[in-house]
Ligand binder design. Structure first.
Ligand SMILES: *Cc1c(COP(=O)(O)O)cnc(C)c1O
Length: 364
C-alpha cells in the first residue's frame, strides 16, 4: 500500500530515551539514572499539583470540559488577552501542528533557523510543504529576512528562546523583523522557554498581549511542560487574534486535552512561589556549569532556558563523551548529529548537578 508521497521525506521524531530503557540497556537501577536530556523541570510540578491530581482522579470517567472555561479565564487574566484569543493543545506540539495545517499547503515553503526545534520540520513536511532553513544555526534575522524575500514562505517559525541551542533574540529586534513581514505570512513564535528568558533578561521578555495586538499574523505558543513540570500531562496553549484561531479550532480534535491535565495546569499556575524558586535555582545552577566548562578551557552558549550547551575543542569528541556519561547513568543530549561538537544538558537538581559535574570532571 502506498501512502502520501510527501511522507517519504519525513524522518520520524526520535524522542529522548526513557529512564526504563537506559536501565535495561546498561544494567542500571532506574533510581540511579539522571535524566537531563529533555529539558524537564527536574523537581517536577508543585506538590499542590500532585494533591489536585489525587483529588480529581475520581472524575476521569467523564470527558473534560471542552470549552476549557476555567483555565481559559485564568490564562486570559494572566496574559491580559481575551478568552477567544486562546486555544489549548495536547502539548504545544499540537498548536504547532494545527497552525501549520491551517496555513501551509502542498508545495508551500516554511522557514526556520538553521538549527531549531525538530517538530517544525515534521509539521511542515506532513502537509507536503518544504522546510527552508537559514545557514546560520542560531536565529539570524537578516538571513531569515533574505530567505523570506526570496522564498515567500507561508509560515515562519521563531523559537524564542531557541531549543536546542539556548540562544534568544531581543524582543525589540523581533518586533522590527515582524514589522517587515507581510500580514499574509503566519509567524509562529514558540515561547516554550519564554519564562526562563524573561526571568534572566528583560530584553528577551515578550508581552504576549502587545505581540498579538501589534501583529495580526502572529501565533504565540506556550507550554506547561517545561517551567511548570508537567511534560507528562501534555498541555500547551496558543495565543493569537481570534480570527486566526478560528482556523485552528476547525482542525482541533474534540477533548484534545485530558481533564487531569487541565486540573494540573490550573493548580500549577496558582503556586507562583514554587515557580519563582525554580527559576532562581535554574540560573544559580546554570552558573556552576558555566564556571566549570570555562575552567576546563572550553566554552558554553549563553542560555535563556533551563538547559545549556557546552562546546568542546578537537581533543574531546562529544558523542564519545555522551556515551561515557550514558554508561554512568547520565542522560544528556549529544549535539554531534547537528554538526556541533558539544552536549546539551538540562539543568538538574543541585544533587544531580553535583553528580554530573563530578563525572564531567573525571571525563574531560
Ligand atoms: C518542549 C518544547 C515544545 C513542546 O512542548 P510540549 O510538551 O508539546 O508542550 C515546543 N517547543 C519547544 C522549542 C520545546 O522545546
Amino acid at each position: 500500500m502506498k501512502f502520501n508521497s510527501y511522507l517519504n521525506k519525513i524522518k520520524e521524531y526520535v524522542a529522548g530515551k526513557p529512564i526504563e530503557q537506559i536501565a535495561r540497556d546498561y544494567q542500571l537501577n532506574t533510581k540511579d539514572i539522571i535524566k537531563l536530556g529533555s529539558n524537564e523541570n527536574p523537581y517536577g510540578p508543585s506538590p499542590k499539583v500532585i494533591q489536585t491530581l489525587k483529588q480529581n482522579s475520581n472524575s476521569v470517567h467523564m470527558y473534560p470540559d471542552d470549552s476549557f472555561y476555567e483555565l481559559k479565564s485564568v490564562l486570559a487574566k494572566k496574559f491580559d488577552v481575551n478568552e477567544n484569543e486562546i486555544i489549548f493543545g495536547c502539548g504545544s506540539d499540537q498548536i504547532i501542528e494545527l497552525a501549520v495545517r491551517a496555513k501551509a499547503k502542498i508545495g508551500d515553503n516554511v522557514l526556520t533557523a538553521g538549527l531549531t526545534f525538530a517538530m517544525y520540520k515534521i509539521a511542515a513536511q506532513s502537509v507536503g510543504a518544504n522546510l527552508i532553513k537559514t545557514d546560520s544555526l542560531i536565529h539570524n534575522l537578516d538571513e531569515l529576512y533574505t530567505k523570506y524575500k526570496k522564498d515567500n514562505p507561508s509560515v515562519i517559525f521563531l523559537c524564542l528562546p531557541n531549543n536546542p541551542i539556548g540562544d534568544c533574540l531581543d524582543t525589540d529586534e523581533v518586533y522590527s523583523f515582524l514589522e517587515k513581514i507581510d500580514s499574509e505570512t503566519l509567524v509562529f513564535v514558540d515561547g516554550a522557554y519564554q519564562e526562563f528568558a524573561s526571568y534572566k533578561d528583560k530584553k528577551k521578555h515578550i508581552d504576549i498581549k502587545d505581540l498579538i495586538n501589534r501583529f495580526d499574523n502572529v501565533v504565540y505558543s506556550g507550554t506547561f511542560s517545561k517551567l511548570y513540570g508537567l511534560g507528562g500531562m501534555r498541555i500547551g496553549y496558543g495565543i493569537s487574534k481570534s480570527k486566526n484561531l478560528k482556523a485552528l479550532y476547525k482542525l482541533r480534535p474534540p477533548f484534545n486535552v485530558a481533564s487531569l491535565s487541565i486540573s494540573a495546569a490550573l493548580s500549577a499556575l496558582e503556586d507562583e512561589d514554587y515557580i519563582n524558586e525554580y527559576l532562581k535555582h535554574n540560573l544559580d545552577q546554570m552558573k556552576r556549569y558555566e564556571d566549570f566548562i570555562v575552567s576546563k578551557g572550553y566554552s558554553f552558549v549563553d542560555s535563556y532556558t533551563n538547559f545549556i550547551q557546552l562546546e568542546f575543542k578537537e581533543d574531546i569528541n562529544s558523542s564519545v563523551l555522551a556515551s561515557e556519561l550514558m554508561k554512568r547513568g547520565i542522560i544528556i543530549r549529544d549535539m554531534s548529529s547537528y554538526g556541533i561538537n558539544g552536549i546539551r544538558i538540562t539543568i538538574g537538581t543541585s544533587l544531580q548537578n553535583d553528580i554530573v559535574l563530578k563525572n564531567l570532571d573525571e571525563l574531560l
